[in-house]
Design a protein around this ligand. Sequence first.
Ligand code: ATP
Length: 222
Amino acid sequence: MLELRGVTAGYDPREPVVHDVSLTVGDGEAVGLLGPSGCGKSTLARVAALLHRPVAGTVVIDGEPARGWRHRAPRAQRTAFGVVFQQPRQSADPRLRLDDLIAEPLRATGRRGEAAERVAALAAAVGLSGELLARRPHEVSDGQLQRACVARALVLRPRWLVCDEMTAMLDASTTAALVAVVEAYRRESGAGLLTVGHDAVLLERWCDRTMRWADLAAERRP
Ligand SMILES: Nc1ncnc2c1ncn2[C@@H]1O[C@H](COP(=O)(O)OP(=O)(O)OP(=O)(O)O)[C@@H](O)[C@H]1O
């Protein structure tokens, strides 16, 4: 189980943007979190994936409290998460070809030997041809780059997926294709998913359970 317990987080400790939020994602469960722009969804998603240290509260991963954040998180906890962000260009190293971008987490964790096989399998799953894999981010469309970012998020076979508005800038067919890739991976691996966004139709179709940001806040009130 992935648990967020009493998370308060933000960028200025005197004015947090997330206030005392608790939620859980069960093993293999897909949980959606819906909220308006600017409410703090991305901040909460980053806390859930151990990428942003909360001011208060914690994240508990399969019974074990987070033991650090970002590069200070122990590798086993850090690599338990695959994360897809809203803006692929902000999360992709512009110098890397797409095949190297997808393989980068394997290289960073000393598993370079698995790269060729994993990249080929994931490229086929997300629909990237060999010709596209040889290009750099500025030579592909946002949709093509996001396909590579989804492949990168799956390359270490994470137990938990955190998607932050993964499809916000994509057309309907790319959205459907990438949601299908995530769901195929979850069926095969049993991974749980926390996905945040503002598209109620998409999240309600995609997830086992969808919560509204306003209801999370209401649960805190006596
Ligand atoms: N790096 C940052 N430094 C300072 N403030 C930030 C930073 N990132 C986000 N914020 C602020 O925190 C608040 C919550 O932002 P966040 O990105 O979590 O919201 P969101 O619900 O994901 O919005 P959107 O749907 O528009 O992406 C906003 O007021 C935003 O301006």
